[in-house]
Design a protein around this ligand. Structure first.
Ligand SMILES: Nc1ncnc2c1ncn2[C@@H]1O[C@H](COP(=O)(O)OP(=O)(O)OP(=O)(O)O)[C@@H](O)[C@H]1O
Ligand SMILES: [Mg+2]
Length: 288
């Protein structure tokens, strides 16, 4: 595995310089990680590459991940088997979180589901989410973060952002990680004014469910919205409204577009004016 990751990191490095992605298989672009496909001994893995960390931050990250996996397990949430690997090529070490490929992603399953099946999934998933989240354990509940096990139980795959707080209520994760892919001039303002609110949503069942439902539209799973809305409204108060969902979807789309433009501009600035490398793979245009 180690050698595969070293090779992969080399190919990512090349892609960062050339912008040519043909040497890598990108499964997903996240706010923090980039998910890359790799094969070892005939088995497929999702390798989640985190941004370069200052070496001192690695232990804290690993501890937060471990605590998060344990806490999710205690709440009855299965997680994809995840290993943290440190890859050293040149420069700062790079962290990869490696998981076997889950071949039954929930979003795909839901796409082919009939209304009864969609309703049953909504009922079970909403209950799993509502029972897990509290002010110290957060979830990014979006549909793209779940897979199904062979017995149809849910498996949570998005574990690279450990949303867990200590007894004092402080994030165990170094939250500057969220800021790493933002242009430097934005970071202080986001750190101070936006991040607490953004993070707070993951620790609030109503906000997490609104996010899940609003995001079904982006996933082109509009047909599942009524079932999820109905189930969510059995557990949240005040009820989530259709208007709230549309408003949420629009503001999320606008925010995402602005962020991506800022990042592309920053990349241009770093490469062309500052003449240095840009450390993130940015997605191309996304249809909304
Ligand atoms: N173990 C896995 N098996 C199959 N596909 C995966 C796996 N892990 C991730 N993926 C694919 O990559 C996508 C993104 O992965 P993930 O949710 O872990 O990170 P993210 O949301 O992109 O990152 P971040 O938390 O940094 O914002 C998933 O929605 C899924 O499509
Ligand atoms: Mg995700």
């Amino acid at each position: 595995m180690k050698q595969t990751l070293i090779d992969l990191e080399q190919r990512v490095d090349d892609a960062l310089v050339t912008d040519d992605r043909s040497g890598i298989d990108v499964l997903g672009y996240g706010e923090i990680s980039t998910v890359l496909g790799a094969t070892v001994d005939g088995r497929s893995y999702a390798c989640k590459r985190l941004p370069p960390f200052p070496p001192g931050a690695i232990d804290r990250y690993r501890a937060a991940c471990t605590a998060y996996l344990v806490a999710l397990g205690e709440r009855g949430i299965r997680t994809a088997t995840s290993t943290i690997e440190i890859v050293e090529t040149h420069g700062d070490p790079v962290i990869y979180c490696v998981q076997p490929i889950e071949d039954r992603l929930l979003a795909e399953h839901l796409r082919g589901a009939d209304p009864d099946e969609a309703a049953a999934i909504a009922r079970r998933l909403v209950s799993v989410i509502a029972n897990a989240i509290d002010s110290r354990l957060g979830l990014d509940a979006q549909i793209s973060n779940w897979a199904l096990d062979t017995d149809d139980g849910f498996v949570y795959i998005d574990v690279t952002t450990p949303l867990i707080r200590d007894e004092a209520g402080d994030e165990m994760l170094d939250t500057d990680l969220f800021l790493a892919s933002l242009p430097a001039f934005l970071r202080p303002g986001v750190r101070r004014f936006l991040l607490p609110e953004i993070l707070g949503h993951y620790y609030d069942a109503r906000a997490a469910l609104l996010d899940l439902i609003g995001n079904l539209k982006k996933e082109r799973l509009d047909n599942a919205i009524p079932a999820f809305l109905e189930e969510a409204n059995h557990v949240v108060d005040p009820p989530i409204t259709g208007k709230e969902i549309s408003r949420y979807y629009r503001s999320d789309a606008v925010m995402w577009e602005i962020l991506q433009r800022l990042r592309r501009t920053d990349r241009w600035w770093q490469r062309t004016i500052r003449r240095r490398g840009y450390p993130f793979l940015l997605p191309g245009k996304v249809d909304r």
